[in-house]
Design a protein around this ligand. Sequence first.
Ligand SMILES: *[C@@H]1O[C@H](CO)[C@@H](O)[C@H](O)[C@H]1NC(C)=O
Ligand SMILES: *[C@@H]1O[C@H](CO)[C@@H](O)[C@H](O)[C@H]1NC(C)=O
Ligand SMILES: *[C@@H]1O[C@H](CO)[C@@H](O)[C@H](O)[C@H]1NC(C)=O
Ligand SMILES: *[C@@H]1O[C@H](CO)[C@@H](O)[C@H](O)[C@H]1NC(C)=O
Ligand SMILES: *[C@@H]1O[C@H](CO)[C@@H](O)[C@H](O)[C@H]1NC(C)=O
Length: 520
Amino acid sequence: MRSILWILLCLTILSANVQGENILGVFTSPGKSHLIIFMSTIQTMIERGHNVTVLTTIPIPNMKANDSKTFRHIHLSSLDLQPSEMSKQISALVQETNFNNFVKTMQVMANLQRNALRTEKFKQFLQENNTFDLMLLGYFGNDYLLGIGAHFECPVALITLGGPAMGPIGKFIGNPDEISYVPSPVLGIQQPMNFLNRTKNFIINIVQTIAQHYLDYLMNGFYEEHFPKDKYPPLSSLQQNVSIVLSNHHFSEGPIRPDVPAVVEIGGIQINDKISKLPDHLSKFLDNAKNGAIFFSLGSTAKSSDLSPETIKLFFNVLSKLPQKILWKWDDDEKTPGKSDNILFDKWLPQNDVLAHKHIQLFITHGGKGSVVESQYHGVPMVVIPLFGDQTFNAKEIEEKMYGISINHKTVTGEEFEKVVNEVLRNKKYLTNVKLFSELYQDRPITAKENAVFWMEYVIRHKGAHHLQSPAVHMNFVQLHNLDVIVVVVLLLLLLKLVIWKVFSCSWSYCKPKEKSKIQ
Ligand SMILES: *[C@@H]1O[C@H](CO)[C@@H](O)[C@H](O)[C@H]1NC(C)=O
Ligand SMILES: *[C@@H]1O[C@H](CO)[C@@H](O)[C@H](O)[C@H]1NC(C)=O
Ligand SMILES: *[C@@H]1O[C@H](CO)[C@@H](O)[C@H](O)[C@H]1NC(C)=O
Ligand SMILES: *[C@@H]1O[C@H](CO)[C@@H](O)[C@H](O)[C@H]1NC(C)=O
Ligand SMILES: *[C@@H]1O[C@H](CO)[C@@H](O)[C@H](O)[C@H]1NC(C)=O
């Protein structure tokens, strides 16, 4: 009887807790991997029973929620926003992620997203008399979209794609950059920094600040086009009005740095932490892998045909001779690279659940961010075959952190591939490093999803939660670095010195003429 009462009480509390707030997700960044992170964040709110509206420029990948009473998806598509046209532009850009193209990349991304605001659908959406309790903005060079939050007069939370909350995002919430010991993400320098690296970091910081001023200028132009001065506050005041930043980062990834309370770590939110049971044929295959198993997948964007048939044959020849079982993601049932007892080809493999299987010893991957994070999460060492875009950079990072080795698919030979696979399988340093990271990454008081939900609802409960804002947000460079105080203190010291000197020299010169007169 008591337990029934207890359950009833819990149910009442639970249902009373969730009031079904109206939440708006603005995820116009035209990247599939971006959308996965943004959608994973808002998915937690859909599951909590909130009423969610989402604006995107590309279709939502692996969409679980469907248009329903409490979920609405507005796809801001137009001719120049066609997926094929956009992905062409994006992949051309992602090729050049180095710093020289930083400004250009941001400029083009901003342009693409701006086109979304010019669509009829968007204009109609603004005309509807909706009210929202929270807006989530997927942040990617789109500050001007803060105007949507101003339009609905609701609190705003940003979701970032990765890395600690520094640079422009840090500035919104007054997060200190601490450039003397926190390296800029674009440099790829590890902590601690020596003098030379600190100098590099200092200089890159100045360059970034200048680039940021240029971007701010662009953003202001975009903003004023859609949110005219006479009806909306200036963009700068919206940038200072961001409630929290949901940062897709965890401190265990480094660097070590201080964060203000408005930074909420949700690193790894896209990883499904509940492992589902594998389909029967897969679990049978992997459970029986006495000598361990290797998972081979080049992701969902690239086709098997993107690699030359010779390279595929070469991979097959090496893998078919290994004692391990191989699970190979392959799109074409008809034309597999060959037949071998230890290899299972399959079109559709639940990557996260496969990586979680205890017999998986190695992941051969294209190095897409999503795959890399899942592999690191489950502590599986990698052989990376980067195909395009940021995958080259991810591969480099994996080598640097010694979670695996990267190979070039254009030049690789059979011997090299065999050597690399065996090295990662046999040399325990790769497994040890990535396992250690996995343990540290997963060791948290609450999961990334729970943390995100708590803080989003916190912001709603406290109408923007502006009490947790750092005063640094409203201070200028001079005030923030106490330059005015330093100048005044130095001036006072100089004055004091002058006074002391005057008094001293006065009394001295007062005596002197006396002596002189004596002599006279
Ligand atoms: C949404 O639901 C409709 C009908 O229930 C179905 O036809 C459609 O495929 C679903 N869409 C997605 C993305 O699941
Ligand atoms: C929104 O509200 C305004 C003013 O109350 C009204 O004129 C307008 O027709 C409403 N629009 C819609 C789509 O309901
Ligand atoms: C969900 O939110 C939208 C936008 O504010 C609103 O139009 C709709 O009526 C809401 N639906 C429910 C069930 O509250
Ligand atoms: C700042 O955000 C709050 C909601 O959190 C809103 O009521 C207020 O109007 C915003 N201020 C400006 C200047 O946009
Ligand atoms: C700067 O940092 C990099 C990466 O951590 C390191 O390899 C390099 O040796 C450092 N530079 C100097 C001059 O020590």
